[in-house]
Unconditional design. Sequence first.
Length: 201
Amino acid sequence: MTFIETLEELHALYGTPGPASLVKEAPRITREYRRIIEAAPFLALATAGPEGLDCSPRGDRPGELVRILDDTTLALPDRRGNDRIDSLRNILRDPRVALMFLIPGSGNALRVNGTARITADAALCASFTVEGKAPRSVAVIRVETIYFQCARAVIRARLWEPHAKPDLPTAGEILAAMTAGEVGGPAYDAEWPGRAAKTMW
């Protein structure tokens, strides 16, 4: 097996992107891209740090997932999760971030590249309060490029089509297997829905 080692080889293989692939990129949040961001309930946040890369799912109600502060700035609240803070630790040491927004039923994804800073500003965090719970921090993201990704990947994956529930290991099964039964198991899975409902925000 041989591998592509240079940019020249890569460009020779793929050629030049078509005009539509290039003109869709903007240095700010346009009116059309604003509508997509405000409708999105889910994004993936990619960061990089000394320990490596991280990609973290973020979900919320449309309009509350992120807030557009101006046409080059987004505010992303850090809702309750597993407290690993992989993304936040990365941002403190390498501010580069990439976001991919997905909207159920829409084939296009929206991509944002930029830099982020973390704040625990009391007023800003309080402004994101849901059901009496404010995030502990907010990532303030400076948009450098924004553009939509065509729908081919979503179409190929049939992402929004009905699917049979897959037979996959549960969280409890994974934890039990990794800890010789010390953590997880059937009790973990049975308690999870109630625990999640009480700690969503």
